[in-house]
Design a protein around this ligand. Structure first.
Ligand code: GLA
Length: 384
């Protein structure tokens, strides 16, 4: 039985637990109030980076103007105890020095483009090469490394931030000036919704996503192998050794990739399936059975049985990249002071399929002048 958000919060308030801040000494926005802004740091070129604190419906969030990074996402467990369930850093320097996209907005093209090039309307475009032969997450300086304009809001829809970034024509090799708006909204029920929109002045390709690393036990709380994951997807896109899809939409039936009925992530992760061997775990795109939808539809459930924290995702996108944190190698550590090792966090990236610009058989990622790219993903939290 699912305990309602209100019941958990009421129990927590009675136990005096809601006042506990996971990161002491930082600004805390009031539930439902306009997000609070503070200076977070200054980049080497002198640009100031701000941090916004939001709270609504029992969910608390901290967002940076740098990369639109979700620096902290706090939700209660079944006893009302809050934890930051997203991996990240304490300082801007740590993010700027080297971050595996912790919490960041990803663009102009989330995931990989094979050979770092594609052809559109008969013209070939050479992209920034930053992952072996491929272009990953928009290239060497993608949207995750840009400073966004941020406008806070609060109203009947909830509280949130409108983030805007204009990517110049030719940036990272992509054609067209891309005017991008991403809205983070915390609803009255604690849902975190992301709305993406973009327009261009020349034909281009777009695939925007969010690269939050989740650990529902709390950041620094160990690995996610005990988390249960459900993905309503009968097929996935197997890849070559550089993680570019081969083009096949393979059935998950009878493979470690079958998450349709939900299972602990660790159950099959060490199976010697060739696809798990080459990716060092899960790092694949699942083809969601629902396909592309106008409104967000059910796409995943992630649950930590120990804390009871549960996240349900819904999206308009046709694909979900589930990445089991395979490249975390213990060299980085988060606000808890604990190092992040392989499997200490996982990403669920809603998206179009990797390498779509080179795959006419995959759903198209082409955006033309006069059209508006739109995508939306909702994360709902509960504890049971
Ligand atoms: C994505 C990719 C992974 C990896 C991470 C960042 O999820 O699919 O292969 O590059 O980003 O480390």
């Amino acid at each position: 039985m699912e305990t309602s958000r209100r019941t958990v919060l009421a129990a927590a308030a009675a136990a005096g637990l809601t006042a506990v801040a996971a990161t002491p000494g930082t600004a805390h926005a009031k539930e439902g109030a306009k997000p609070v802004k503070e200076l977070f740091g200054t980049l080497a070129d002198g640009t100031k980076v701000h941090r916004w604190t939001l709270a609504n419906g029992g969910t608390r969030m901290k967002v940076l103007s740098y990369g639109g990074i979700v620096q902290s996402l706090e939700i209660p467990d079944r006893h009302g105890r809050y934890a930051n369930v997203s991996l990240g850093f304490d300082t801007l320097d740590a993010y700027a020095a080297s971050s595996p996209y912790f919490g960041a907005l990803i663009g102009r093209y989330g995931n990989r483009i094979g050979g770092s090039r594609f052809t559109l309307d008969g013209r070939e475009y050479q992209l920034s090469v930053n992952d072996g032969p491929n272009s990953l997450h928009g290239g060497a300086a993608g949207f995750d490394k840009r400073v966004w304009d941020v406008e806070p809001f609060s109203g009947p829809r909830g509280v949130g931030l409108v983030l805007r970034y204009v990517s110049a024509d030719g940036e990272m090799g992509y054609p067209g000036r891309l005017d991008t708006t991403v809205t983070y909204t915390l609803g009255g029920n604690g849902d975190w919704r992301i709305d993406y929109a973009a327009t261009t002045d020349r034909p281009t390709v777009v695939n925007l996503t969010s690269h939050t690393y989740f650990n529902l036990a709390g950041e620094g709380g160990g690995d996610i192998l005990g988390h249960e994951l459900r993905l309503p997807a009968s097929r996935y896109t197997p890849t070559d050794a550089t993680l570019i899809p081969t083009g096949e939409l393979a059935k998950v039936t009878g493979t470690p990739f079958d998450f349709r009925h939900g299972k602990p992530i660790g159950r099959d992760i060490r199976t010697a399936h060739p696809q798990l061997v080459l990716a060092k775990g899960f790092d694949h795109n699942w083809v969601l059975d629902k396909g592309i939808t106008r409104a967000p539809q059910y796409a995943a459930t992630l649950r930590d049985p120990v804390s009871g924290r549960t996240m349900r995702m819904a999206t308009t996108e046709p694909g979900m990249q589930f990445y089991s944190g395979n490249f975390l190698d213990g060299t980085l550590h988060g606000p808890s002071g604990r190092t992040y090792r392989q499997g200490d966090g996982l990403c669920l990236e809603t998206q179009h399929f990797p390498d779509s610009p080179n795959r006419p058989d995959f759903p198209s990622t082409v955006l033309r002048p006069g059209e508006t790219y739109r995508s939306a993903t909702v994360h709902s939290f509960s504890a049971r």
